[in-house]
Design a protein. Structure first.
Lengths: 79, 151
């Protein structure tokens, strides 16, 4: 399973902080992004960063390993 | 709150997030205790404004991807020390609910001379805003709204 997490404005638009998504062999970050975007289009209008296991990942073609923690994030507003 | 031991005393970590307010005196004292070669210390304090985009703001609520916040802030701390040849630095960010007028974030950079301290302080707050996964929600008398851009 993949643990997908959301924070702040994205979590509000999804209506959840975390979801479990079934892992599929050969899965890439973009596959997961497209799947989530299809389910939560309003939330993904503001998604602009992705983290996998706590690290920024910019290459959407990166493979996603089973049991990963993936976070789709909007622009940060800390500080 | 993250703590570690320094010379037998319990000291607050140089890089951390916490709900409670912080004391800049305490942070500067901790920074200065790291080296007597420090000739310049630059600090930045970010506060919660009571007015934003034409409406009054009574509180700000912060959400954070906690484990990544701490990891990114530690990377920023190490990068700033290397890039500006700092003797040490402190980064403290509050999460949870902060009232208008209260402190949100504290940055301090200590170096042998003023120029790298001042430059590092600005670099740290600018990079923090770009790289650290924290989101603010402004709570106003009319309702609540997540801030999705920051000038």
């Amino acid at each position: 399973m993949i643990k997908v997490m959301f924070f702040g404005p994205v979590a509000e638009r999804v209506g959840a902080n975390a979801l479990q998504v079934e892992f599929r062999k050969g899965m890439r970050l973009d596959d997961l992004h497209q799947q989530m975007k299809g389910l939560y289009p309003a939330a993904f209008e503001i998604v602009c960063f992705t983290a996998v296991n706590g690290e920024h990942v910019r290459d959407v073609q990166s493979p996603v390993a089973d049991n990963s923690e993936v976070v789709f994030m909007s622009k940060f507003s800390g500080g | 709150m993250a703590r570690h031991q320094i010379e037998g005393h319990t000291a607050k970590a140089a890089v951390r997030i916490q709900q409670e307010d912080f004391s800049q005196d305490e942070e500067i004292r901790a920074l200065r205790s790291s080296s007597t070669r420090m000739g310049g210390i630059a600090t930045f304090i970010g506060c919660a404004r009571d007015f934003s985009e034409g409406r009054s703001v009574s509180k700000i609520s912060f959400d954070a991807y906690g484990s990544m916040v701490e990891a990114e802030m530690k990377k920023l701390h190490a990068e700033a020390i290397a890039k500006f040849n700092l003797l040490d630095a402190r980064i403290v960010h509050r999460i949870g609910v902060v009232d208008a007028g209260e402190q949100i974030v504290f940055i301090a950079a200590g170096a042998e001379h003023r120029a790298p301290a001042l430059q590092a302080c600005q670099w740290l707050i600018d990079e923090l805003k770009q790289r650290v996964p924290i989101w603010k929600k402004e709570i106003t008398p009319e309702g609540e709204a997540w801030v999705t851009s920051h000038p």
